[in-house]
Structure formats: C-alpha cells, structure tokens
Write a protein that binds this ligand. Structure first.
Ligand code: FES
Length: 156
C-alpha cells in the first residue's frame, strides 16, 4: 500500500521540522501506522518512508522495533492494551485482560475472527492512580471493572 498524498506531505514536512531527519522517524512511523488498514507498520511502509526521508531502512527499523507502540503485525480495529503492571495487577488488571480474551474469544496479540479486537498486556501506562486501566487505540479508560471493560468495548 502506497502512502496517501497527505501522509507523503506530512513526512516531508516533519523532515524539515527537526535538525536531523532521524528525529522525524517517530512521528512518521506513527502516521504510517495510522494510515495502514491493519493498524501496523509494514516493511513496505518502512521502505517508502526510507525513500521519502532519504534515510537507510535500518535506521527506521531500529526505531520501529525498539518501541512497543508500533505494531509489526496486523491489529484489530480496537487495539485494547490492558496494563498489567503493579498497581493495575493489584487491582484486577490481569484478571481483566484474561476476561476480555475469553469474552471476545481471542488470544493475546491476535486479531479476533470479526477483525474487531486485539488484546495486549502492557507495562505501566502512567495512570497508576486510576488502576485498573486500559488503552483502546489512543484513549485511556480508567477505574474499570472487567464487566465495565467488556461493555465499553461492545459499545464502541
Ligand atoms: S500500573 Fe497500570 S497504569 Fe501504572
């Protein structure tokens, strides 16, 4: 899949915004992921970015594979990231993650058969005082019970 004209312009603009083009890799990867129909960054997208940014692919791949916020394989329309770090685990985060997998009949990191859900367990998302919590795509949902989490996802 080739980038849209808007994304091409975004990448070129980001490259001019920073002192070095390498500094623009993070926002450009994020944009590439947003544009992908499976919410991932494909090797083809990396190749296109490398051409547009005039950088070696390896420099983009280094960043892509370092950060967990970039998906390297297809993800459901709702990427549900349940925090299972200390504060959230002590308040039921692990059980909530398990419950969501059972409810939506999907294993961790897989896409449900209807293409809607991917459930991931993640480290602290910086919202420990409102545990347990989960991030769905770009949005935080906090102070949840497992039943509330299911309802919230079904209503989306
Ligand atoms: S432990 Fe879950 S947000 Fe920090």
């Amino acid at each position: 899949m080739a980038f849209s004209q808007e994304t091409i312009e975004f990448i070129k603009k980001e490259c001019q915004r920073y002192e070095t083009r390498r500094s623009a890799i993070l926002p450009c990867l994020y944009r590439a992921q947003k544009e992908d129909p499976n919410n991932q960054v494909t090797p083809e997208a990396v190749a296109e970015m490398a051409t547009l940014m005039e950088l070696p692919e390896v420099q983009i791949n280094e960043v892509l594979h370092f950060y967990t916020m970039y998906n390297k394989k297809p993800v459901g329309k709702l990427h549900v990231q349940v925090c299972t770090n200390i504060s959230c685990s002590m308040n039921g985060g692990r059980e909530m993650a398990e419950h969501l997998c059972k409810e939506f009949n999907v294993n961790y990191e897989e896409v449900s058969s209807d293409g809607r859900y991917t459930i991931s367990r993640v480290e602290c998302l910086g919202s420990c005082d409102t545990a347990p919590m989960m991030q769905v795509n770009d949005k935080y949902h906090e102070n949840l019970t497992k039943e509330e989490a299911v309802k919230l996802l079904k209503d989306m």
